[in-house]
Design a protein around this ligand. Sequence first.
Ligand SMILES: O=P(O)(O)OC[C@H]1O[C@](O)(COP(=O)(O)O)[C@@H](O)[C@@H]1O
Ligand SMILES: [Mg+2]
Ligand SMILES: [Mg+2]
Length: 320
Amino acid sequence: MTTHPDVLPHDLIPEALYPTLSTLCAVSIDVAGVIARGTLSGALAEQVGENTDGDNQKALDVMADEMFEAALRGGDVRWYGSEEQEDALLLSENGKYALAIDPLDGSSNIDVNVSIGTIFSIFDTKEGAEESFLRPAKEQIAGGYILYGPATCLVVTFGNGTQQYILDPVKGVFVLVEAAMQVPETSKEFAINASNYRHWTKPVRAYIDDCLEGMNGPRGKDFNMRWVGSLVAETHRILTRGGIFLYPGDSRPGYENGRLRMVYECAPIAFVIEQAGGMATNGEVPILDQQATTLHGRIPLVFGSTDKVQRVADHHTLTA
Ligand SMILES: O=P(O)(O)OC[C@H]1O[C@](O)(COP(=O)(O)O)[C@@H](O)[C@@H]1O
Ligand SMILES: [Mg+2]
Ligand SMILES: [Mg+2]
């Protein structure tokens, strides 16, 4: 593992995980630097290939993946499972962790200068890659994301609350700003890709229809809609001011389980949201009670303020 100076405070990070976390953060500072220079860093949004899921790979997807992989090699991470690589890689024979990563989340926003991020999930490793990653999401020992926005921040949980750190770009270190984030209950915002309305199931349509009816419908209040197109940015907004996010399964071929991947997107996001007092389900059942069957497998994702996520589950029960 490339040795980096400590780039975040030790206080709330489990000691054994500190080198891995600090390495992730050190790389993220470099990634943030590349992003901040936009096209001066090169054609970051150029399509350079396709990943296993059939998604276009952009130059920055591949660059970020290479940067994280290289820095983690030879350290505490045994298995490295990345969105950008078909199979998990053995990085360190004696590593004690399995780390799953979405090196660059929100790829479609690279060229429009909108917030993007990195999402990661850590398990205690097992001998093989499959058994290390394909297990109940509640067995994660850390989960979080780094958001490259107007400010770069780290949001992370180790199962004891959700912490937020902001990068001080002048000093090159992350500073703790919140030790226990809480999802507010009061927001009237929902986030869903509404262009897929005609493909949704009845319960999802019913939930959104109620929101759209506003004051005149069963909810008796007006709602507002947001859709950034970067899961990290939606998560950060919901952690900051509440609301609900949905990426349900729909009737498009290949979207039966939505668009988001269980191991390196849904599981860590569910972990930070639940640790901040919110709720994350596949529409009905908690994400943390489920487990992936393949490294790149998808699962519907609904998360946010508990009452709103519960209401989506109730719609599923009612229309079943
Ligand atoms: O294209 P859509 O339907 O708007 O989907 C957007 C979703 O896809 C994602 O970009 C998928 O992540 P990647 O960019 O890592 O593939 C999410 O960040 C986002 O929520
Ligand atoms: Mg992603
Ligand atoms: Mg990605």
